[in-house]
Write a protein that binds this ligand. Structure first.
Ligand SMILES: Cc1ncc(COP(=O)(O)O)c(C=O)c1O
Length: 393
């Protein structure tokens, strides 16, 4: 049997695989686990979307390869009109959009589209690992921009070395941010667009959580910045917005050349999504919002954050995404040790922050997508267990 390609050695062990293993052990021992690990919407996809899929699946036209240039036309039209309605900018669905098999696929393939050996991607630390891993596998280098509370979890552009800026081709940012729940400002996007224009870099904004927001907050987008289309591409997903993670559907929009180059790579790898799935996605974008799901996450967020604050573990309430990013409340444990102790002593799964990069050390991430919880009662139970565990000094 031949050896696998060397590039696979660059892949760190998948973070959630390790968490899943520890959890399986606890479950096997009969423990009642509260799993605040993986962020995957716990509610089912809305019935209307399933009905739209069923109807589309009965149409033989959807049983064939989608031979369009950049994706199923009704889907791209619906995406363009949703984006304009929700965020303002009107982009051309024929030239400035590309359909994706989930935004992860597109974010990964963008690195393969642009990165040659010696090229650099600037990536957030802590951050979603896909940007870094794919850059490395494509033979490139990463420069990690630390995201710190004193800078509102935004990269400090002035700290990026000139040599890195000169060699960088991609600058990945992600707001609303996984894992911290931080959000961007219009001013940050303006500065980032100017920086990328000055250094001839593509600004990549991962907005997988674009509409997951609370307290009336509406996220800004990079394409709202004048001239952003010259340098930017933004990634969106139906996964978190409509509880459709398993359906694998997303899209990217922005600079027409970047969109076209990404599609050029993709057309040699995949043959797009099942058109019936795209048709159901178009239905969702045209007809649905996620207000009920958001109201539920908000109750959970309040039960968890108010509860932890009340028992002496200070945490900030996120205004977007569905993660609580909490500083480990003791000085004698690393993130991994604290997450391990939470699992052992309180039967709660939280993700150690160092799994998202070195800057995540000292933090844990807790997700609000807990199956079986209706109004935050399991989150209140989590708080009780954490208090009883004696882990909060
Ligand atoms: C920051 C971020 N980007 C992108 C994705 C990928 O989402 P999908 O491929 O389901 O669109 C995720 C999924 O968890 C994520 O957390």
């Amino acid at each position: 049997m031949p050896a696998r390609a060397q590039r696979l050695e660059l892949i760190p062990p998948y973070l959630f695989a390790e968490i899943a293993r520890i959890k399986a052990e606890a479950v096997a021992s009969g423990a009642d686990i509260i799993d605040l690990g993986i962020g995957d919407p716990d509610l089912p996809t809305p019935t209307a979307v399933i009905n739209a899929l069923t109807e589309a699946a009965h149409d033989p036209e959807t049983h064939r390869y989608d031979e369009t240039a950049r994706g199923w036309e009704p889907f791209l039209d619906a995406a363009a009109s949703w984006y304009g309605r929700t965020f303002g900018p009107q982009l051309d669905p024929k030239k400035e959009f590309v359909q994706l098999i989930g935004s992860k696929e597109g974010l990964a393939h963008l690195a393969w589209t642009y990165i040659d050996p010696g090229d650099v991607s600037i990536v957030p630390n802590p951050g979603y690992t896909v940007y870094k891993v794919n850059t490395l596998m494509a033979g490139g280098e990463v420069h990690e921009t630390p995201l710190r509370p004193e800078n509102d979890m935004l990269p400090v552009l002035a700290d990026i070395p000139t040599d890195i800026a000169r060699r960088a081709k991609l600058f990945y940012v992600c707001y609303p941010h996984n894992p911290t729940g931080a959000t961007a400002t219009r001013e940050f996007y303006e500065d980032a667009v100017a920086f990328c224009r000055d250094h001839d870099i593509i600004l990549v904004n991962d907005m997988a959580y674009a509409t997951v927001a609370y307290d009336g907050f509406v996220n800004p987008t990079v394409l709202q910045v004048e001239g952003a289309k010259d340098v930017a591409i933004e990634f969106h997903s139906l996964s978190k917005m409509y509880n459709m993670t398993g359906w694998r559907l997303g899209f990217a929009l922005g600079n027409a050349q970047v969109v076209q180059n990404l599609q050029r790579l993709k057309s040699n790898i995949d043959s797009k999504q099942f058109p019936a799935v795209a048709q159901a996605g178009a239905y969702a974008l045209e007809n649905l919002n996620n207000d009920d799901t958001l109201a539920m996450y908000e109750k959970r967020r309040d039960a968890l954050c108010d509860g932890l604050n009340a028992i002496g573990w200070p945490v900030t309430k996120p205004k977007s995404a569905f993660y609580v990013w909490a500083k480990v409340p003791r000085t004698d444990m690393t993130s991994a040790e604290f997450a391990g102790a939470l699992l052992k002593q309180a039967h709660i799964v939280a993700i150690p922050g160092n799994g998202y990069g070195t800057e995540g050390e000292g933090y844990v991430r807790m997700s609000l997508t807990l199956k079986g919880d209706q109004n935050g009662e399991r989150f209140a139970e989590a708080v009780r267990r954490i208090q009883a565990s004696g882990l909060i000094p």
